[in-house]
Design a binder for this molecule. Structure first.
Ligand code: MG
Length: 397
């Protein structure tokens, strides 16, 4: 009996995760079809992907680029529907053209489409960690209402999903889990002191030793904020308390996460630092398929090292735990301040170490409020960004 291929909406198709997902999808044309492709602003790259994958719908998030996309698609002879704007993204995520949504839009911009997919009961492959970080209670409510599965794509969370019974057990304690351990490569500045980091450049921060990633997440990896956001994400996705989650620096990036059980057993997921393993697993779960990732030769790699993170130099990790313990929308405020700070750092207008300072000042200035609905959350996100930019202007003068 032949089964129709799973129809996948790839939101964030021209990004790093989107590219890896399309690579896996292209390996299994009998199982998967990219039916919706969406990009933020790169109309040329999106048109190229449409010519190759022949989706039913192409979406460009910036409406000003709709004409450019249409022109490029015509030049390439690619025929598909075109839509533009954030509403189009949200509609497609919950619409009839897809069974599965890969939420790989970068930043808080991915929030509404992720929630729409969850509410519609789509199989949700979550790579947009901000949806869990900023809107954890809303995401859970949307999943409960839609009744679909959530498959984490973030490599650490995908690893936890692989090491936990049933992927996302209803209660960690009942499953015999003592702790969840997230590994961090330590980024390009592991082992450096605060003094060493005073004058580092965006290019240095983006030179990640193991993973090839976008610029924003590369800086987050260098500050350890990426790990901080992942701690929050793990609490949301697995119902953990902050005390149940620890971060372990592991420079080889071969162990992605570990689950410690009450009997002393520790289960870990290992693999090359290549997102295609997590994506192939999330796409095929509960089955497994090839991903194109080379098999791991542990003897050739020789050693696996672990150490505790340097919380004094990389203050963003503790700021994330602080926001998590503060509760309410504090993680969303943390995320907003971080996005503003990283943008300023990449633009050359904020020193690397001041990223944490800006976030800390913002968190102190805005007491957390409960997360009630997406409109309030987005309003708070905008307020936090405006306040962070005002603080930035004062810091930089
Ligand atoms: Mg990760």
């Amino acid at each position: 009996m032949s089964v129709a291929p799973q129809r996948i909406a790839v939101l964030g198709a021209t990004g790093s995760i989107g590219g890896s997902a399309l690579d896996v999808i292209a390996r299994h044309p009998d199982r998967y079809r990219a039916s919706v492709l969406a990009a933020h602003r790169n109309a040329d790259a999106l048109a190229g992907l449409c010519a190759r994958f022949r989706p039913d719908l192409a979406i460009i998030a910036d409406p000003a680029l709709q004409t450019a996309l249409a022109r490029r698609l015509a030049e390439l002879g690619a025929r598909c529907e075109i839509a533009a704007g954030p509403e189009a993204l949200e509609q497609a995520a919950g619409g009839t053209l897809c069974d599965t949504v890969l939420a790989a839009v970068v930043g808080a911009a991915g929030l509404r489409s992720t929630l729409a997919a969850a509410r519609a009961g789509k199989r949700l492959l979550l790579a947009n960690k901000e949806s869990a970080v900023c809107a954890g209670p809303l995401l859970q409510a949307a999943l409960d209402a839609g009744g679909g599965d959530l498959l984490p794509v973030d490599s650490e969370h995908n690893a936890l999903f692989q090491c936990l019974p049933g992927g996302r057990p209803p209660a960690l304690a009942a499953a015999g889990v003592r702790r969840l351990l997230l590994t961090a490569s330590g980024g390009p500045f592991r082992g450096r002191s605060r003094r060493d980091l005073a004058a580092v450049t965006p290019a240095q921060a983006c030179a990640h030793p193991n993973w090839v990633m976008g610029r924003k997440i590369s800086v987050d990896s260098a500050t350890l904020m990426n790990k901080g956001l992942e701690v929050i994400e793990a609490c949301v996705l697995f119902g953990a308390t902050p005390a149940q989650i620890e971060v372990l620096v592991h420079p080889q990036s071969l162990v992605h996460a570990l689950v410690e059980y009450v009997d002393g057993a520790v289960l870990a997921e290992l693999g090359h630092p290549d997102m295609r393993t997590a994506l192939a697993y999330a796409l095929a779960w509960p089955e497994r398929t090839g991903s194109g990732v080379p098999f791991l030769d542990l003897a050739a790699r020789g050693r696996l090292e672990f150490e505790v993170p340097d919380r004094h130099t990389f203050r963003c990790l503790d700021l994330a735990y602080q926001a998590l313990r503060a509760g309410g929308d504090a993680p969303a405020l943390l995320n907003a301040a971080n996005e503003v700070a990283v943008e300023a750092f990449l633009a050359g207008s904020l020193p690397f170490l001041a990223i944490a300072d800006l976030i800390e000042t913002l968190l102190a200035a805005l007491p957390p409020q409960p997360v009630c609905d997406v409109e309030t959350l987005i309003h708070r996100d905008l307020t936090a960004r405006a306040k962070a930019r005002a603080m930035l202007a004062r810091m930089c003068c």
